[in-house]
Design a protein around this ligand. Sequence first.
Ligand code: HEC
Length: 221
Amino acid sequence: MVRTSWMQRIRAKTMALFALAAAICFTAVACSGGGGTATATGPSIAPELVADYIHNVLAADRTAYTKHVINRVKLLEGKPKEEGVLDVESTEGWQQTDGIPLPAQMFRLGSEIANESSDFTYSLISPWNLNDNHAPKGEFETASVEEMIETGEPVRGYQEVGDQVYFSAMYPDVAVAEACVTCHNTHPIHLERYPDKVFEMDEVMGGVIINIPVDSMPADA
Ligand code: HEC
C-alpha cells in the first residue's frame, strides 16, 4: 500500500514535469514561428511562407479561370477554339466587344481590387510588359526580375518603398502553352516595343510579385 502511493507520487511528479517541458517546447516553437516576429496576439508566421501561400492561391485561380472558362469559349482573340462550347470571345478589348477578359487581365483586375484595400500588394511583372503597370520599378525589382529570368527560380528579398519596408517575393511565369508565346509575340505592342524579343516555349516570360509590409529591414538584409 505504502509502496504504491510512493510510486504514484513519483509518477504524478514526472507527468507534471513532462507537461511543463512540453508547454515550454510548444511556446518556443510557436514564438520562433519559422523566423518571423513574435506578436502579443499569438504565434507568428514567416513572410516567406505567407508569400508562398498567396502565390499558390493566385496561381490556382488563374489556372482555374484558364482551364474552366477560357478553354471553353469559342473564340480567343479572333481565333476559334476547338473545344469551345460557350458563344463568347475572350479578348483584350472585352469591354468594347462584349467579350470576357484574358487570364492576365482577370489577374490584374483582381489585384487592383486587393491593392486598394491594404498595404499588401501583388502584380504581374516583366521587362517585356505589354501593360506599363507591369514594368519592374526600382533597383530591387529590376535586379530581381533579371535574376528570376536567368535562374528560372523564385527570388525573395526586402525592399524599402517610401517609408515602408516590404518583404517581396517574385515567382516565374513560364510559357507553358503555345498560346502564351503566339499571343505575346504577335501582339502589336510587343512588336513595336520589343521587335527582337521572340518568346519560346518553357521560357520565363515574367513573373508574379508579392509585397508584404513588415515592421523593419532585418539586420542581415
Ligand atoms: C490571347 C493573348 C494572350 C495569351 C494567350 C497570354 N497572354 Fe499574357 N498577356 C496578354 C496581355 C494582353 C497582357 C497585358 C494584360 C493587362 O492589360 O494587364 C498580358 C500580360 C502578361 C504578363 C505581364 C507582363 C505584361 O506583358 O504586361 C505576363 C508575365 C504574361 N502575360 C505571361 C503569359 C503566360 C505565361 C501565358 C500563357 C500561360 C500568357 N501570358 C498568355 C495576352 C496574352
